[in-house]
Design a binder for this molecule. Structure first.
Ligand SMILES: Cc1cc2nc3c(=O)[nH]c(=O)nc-3n(C[C@H](O)[C@H](O)[C@H](O)COP(=O)(O)O)c2cc1C
Length: 355
């Protein structure tokens, strides 16, 4: 069975939900490891006070017994603690009684760079909140939880995935400057995966290409505007003799400019993916926009917001890469029980004499 992930949840709704299907049975999960990744997503320089309200924890509603997967759909929930402040404004059902708390007043001031204007046009909403609640990156929390599950599966195969912000000191200085100016910044993150055997992904179709799958998954994260694999954009300026990774007698490479993927297939070297994040669109000193209620020029919505979320993106991108690698590994090695998957992986690595 293919590994699949579906998620639901609004930023200030009751909870975020993910359903994972296709996991083998017998995989040991550790709630502390999942919660540790949730905490890493919430930390990071430049984030808003909302992160102090949330303190995310995973709850498992199905698919797990005594810490082992059952081979059935795994249902993950991360509750939005902030929902209690929005209980009327974000009630799933028509709310009863007097309007109270947050979200009671319609938002009519779309922010440039966010989903606000296109979202209401596309779906026919009148309150911008109906668009921004799902467009928000809040639901990346449950994707990080699913990524932690994927990392548990990859761990059984000796594969580790780690993301980090690049040039962290310089980034933090830029964040301090931007905070003073009531502005926002973006940055670059890098995810590295070690222990990936040659042969994940395929050149057979573009949908099978591992590079395409990793790039789509990372580009699918809010505010990511560029993705590169290995030396990526820099390769365009090089000659072929400088750009490719020579093959040694042991079939290993002497360099890794390709970032561990050639022809859409992992080549056994470390997988390296970088993503560029744009500056966050919610500004404390807002850009010009239009008031949709009056049609008059106005300042865009100002709402509690991060100055930067680059370090958080590193954790979200790590989860996205882990997820895609786990899905590709599951496709290649199969198995309804984790032991079957591990045995198939071992037999394959022996056949190609890898490691
Ligand atoms: C982890 C993370 C946290 C984010 N936090 C904020 C935020 O606090 N304020 C904001 O305006 N945008 C934030 N964003 C970015 C917006 O969600 C994103 O820019 C918006 O949904 C529009 O999508 P696009 O940038 O992909 O075009 C965050 C993104 C990520 C990945």
């Amino acid at each position: 069975m293919t590994l699949r992930l579906a998620s639901a949840g609004e930023s200030h709704g009751p909870a975020l939900v993910a359903i994972v299907t296709g996991l083998p049975a017998g995989l040991v999960l550790d709630s502390a490891a999942i919660d540790a990744d949730l905490a890493r997503r919430q930390e990071g320089y430049g984030r808003s006070p909302r992160q102090r309200i949330e303190q995310d924890r995973v709850e498992v509603m199905a698919g797990l017994r005594h810490g082992r997967t059952l081979g059935t759909p795994l249902a993950l929930v991360v509750r939005n603690r902030d929902h209690e402040n929005w209980a009327w404004g974000m009630s799933p059902w028509p709310p009863e009684g007097e309007a109270h708390g947050k979200g009671t007043k319609p938002v009519t001031l779309p922010r440039p760079g966010h989903a606000d204007l296109a979202g209401i046009q596309k779906f026919g909403h009148e309150d911008v909140r109906d668009a921004l609640e799902r467009a928000s990156a809040r639901h990346t929390a449950v994707h990080v939880a699913a990524g932690a599950v994927a990392k548990a599966l990859l761990g059984e195969l000796g594969i580790a995935v780690r993301g980090a912000a690049l040039e962290e000191d310089e980034l933090r200085a830029r964040i301090d400057e931007a905070r003073k100016d009531r502005d926002t910044v973006g940055g670059v993150v890098e995810v590295r995966a070690t222990g990936v055997p040659p042969g994940l992904g395929s050149y057979a179709t573009k949908e099978d290409r591992l590079d395409a799958r990793l790039a789509a998954s990372v580009m699918g994260i809010q505010a990511v505007k560029g993705v590169e694999i290995g030396d990526g954009f820099a390769l365009a300026a090089l000659r072929g003799s400088e750009a490719h990774d020579e093959i040694g007698a042991d079939r290993r490479r002497t360099s890794n400019r390709a970032g561990g993927i050639e022809a859409g297939v992992s080549n056994g070297e470390e997988i390296v993916v970088r993503a560029a994040m744009k500056p966050l669109p919610t500004l404390m000193r807002p850009l010009r926009s239009v008031d949709l209620a009056t049609g008059e020029p106005a300042d865009a919505l100002v709402e509690r917001s991060d100055v930067a979320a680059v370090e958080a993106l590193a954790v979200v991108a790590e989860a996205a890469i882990a997820w895609e690698l786990a899905a590709a590994a599951k496709e290649k090695f199969g198995g309804d029980a984790i032991g079957d998957l591990v045995a198939a992986h071992r037999a394959y690595c022996e056949r190609i004499r890898w490691r």
